[in-house]
Write a protein that binds this ligand. Structure first.
Ligand code: FE2
Length: 439
């Protein structure tokens, strides 16, 4: 291939492994080329041409780093209807249904369902997932199963596991011991659920204890925090305090934080700077909390998602998680982080162009920051892991929940899909329908 633009820094052989040309990037640059060698991005620039084993014209479509899901429950996924459907749709009935299912769980069934979900994830360009794993049962069966899943999917998905005491680390006898044993087995992150402990005081004590365990072991923290409509549920305040006290800044995440939706505005005006100061990230889960929260309301019904734009404006790193797909808490979903971003921007009313792009960041770069992923991004030196979407930019990608045309990990093609298309057969209006429109 003739060199027609700026030459690329090639490896010894002088041949790139992969060259993608004419791509749009999430930051708005267009006509960009991305050069790949030995699984890494070696160059990102406009109009590059160089010899490559494979060259792909992106056709102006959006090339993005992979989607990341910073909050999921993979041990429960695809178990919807087992042993019964959650009829009320509440968090508490979901926990009860999960408790009914637990005695019948087998490691093989958990692994099989999780691997199926991981197939869906790869097809959707979702290559990094943080999954909470229930540690309430002394058998630690879900932990053993998910460690096996993590091992099996390691070549294609960065799977982080959080030790999650679903039934309350202090509420359940032996809860602390079970959680510590899960960490001993290799679970990466310390979780918690302070709003499900018996009292507010015990919830706060659980936050303190769990952060101390994390500090002692050099682990990250990711706690379900205040997933309730109770405005007095203020465990996020304790979490931020403990993150500072134990010098865990940048290593702690508060997930859900839905009570913030219902809190008094004056209190929130004090709380937001405290969270920003503490370096605690926040993960909102729009699909789940728009369905789980507000169930005790008549009308008006609260939306129940945390205050996303306000947290972002305060300088807090905010990401969106999928949380649940076809499990006791949620019967929908398909590993589609664009669907998550789409719901997030609706619930948070982030409808400006800037707001929509921020929602795209919430399922890509912000989520990668929560997960502290190394080598993530579209810069020289980053892993050659990215997704080509059938959309020209991030706004359009969310609007049409764009088809993932190609998905690469470390320069290897993992999945591909034909472009979505529809044909009209109306009187006088025959032909293809194009859902992509220039403004
Ligand atoms: Fe969750």
């Amino acid at each position: 291939m003739a060199v027609t633009g700026k030459p690329v820094a090639c490896q010894d052989s002088g041949m790139l492994d992969l060259l993608i040309t004419n791509a749009s990037l999430p930051d708005g640059r267009t006509g960009m080329s991305v050069a790949v060698s030995q699984g890494k991005i070696t160059e990102v620039a406009e109009g590059l041409h160089a010899p490559a084993r494979e060259s792909i014209d992106a056709g102006g479509h959006l090339l993005t780093p992979p989607f990341c899901d910073p909050h999921f429950h993979m041990d429960a996924t695809l178990s919807y209807g087992l042993p019964r459907v959650n009829e009320s749709g509440t968090l508490l009935e979901g926990i009860a249904v999960w408790a009914e299912l637990k005695p019948a769980l087998t490691a093989d069934a958990i692994i099989e369902r999780a691997l199926t979900y991981c197939d869906w994830a790869v097809a959707r360009g979702l290559l990094a997932i943080r999954s909470h794993v229930d540690t309430s049962d002394p058998s630690l069966l879900p932990v053993q199963a998910m460690l096996e899943v993590k091992r099996r999917v390691a070549p294609y998905i960065d799977l982080q596991l959080v030790a999650f005491p679903q039934d309350g680390v202090l509420r359940v006898p032996g809860g602390v011991n079970n959680l510590e044993r899960a960490l001993d087995l290799g679970v990466d992150i310390v979780g918690g659920i302070p709003h499900f402990e018996r009292t507010m005081a015990e919830g706060a004590a659980s936050v303190k204890l769990l952060c101390e365990i994390a500090a002692e072991r050099g682990k990250l923290v990711d706690m379900h925090c205040d997933e309730t409509d109770d405005p007095m549920s203020r465990h996020i305040e304790t979490l931020a305090f403990e993150a500072q006290r134990l010098d865990l800044q940048g290593r702690v995440t508060g997930s859900h934080c839905t009570s913030m939706h219902s809190m008094d505005n004056y209190y929130v005006s004090k709380l937001l700077p405290l969270i920003a100061e503490s370096g605690v990230s926040v993960v909102a889960n729009p699909l789940i909390n728009i369905t789980l929260q507000g169930r005790h309301d008549t009308y008006p019904k609260r939306r129940g998602m945390t205050r996303v734009p306000e947290l972002m404006a305060a300088g807090v790193n905010v990401a969106f998680g999928n949380d649940c797909v076809m499990d006791p808490w949620y019967g929908m979903g398909s590993a589609d982080m664009l669907e998550v971003a789409h719901m997030g921007l609706h619930v948070a009313q982030m409808t400006s162009q800037k707001g929509i792009r921020a929602c795209f960041d919430a399922v890509t770069v912000n989520a990668a920051k929560v997960m502290q992923l190394q080598g993530y991004g579209l810069e020289p030196g980053c892993d050659a892991s990215f997704v080509l979407l059938q959309a020209k930019d991030a706004v359009e990608a969310i609007r049409v929940r764009a088809t993932r045309l190609k998905v690469w990990k470390h320069g290897k093609l993992l999945a591909e899909a034909a472009p979505a298309s529809s044909m009209l057969n109306l009187p006088g209006r025959h032909g293809p329908v194009d859902f992509l429109k220039d403004l």
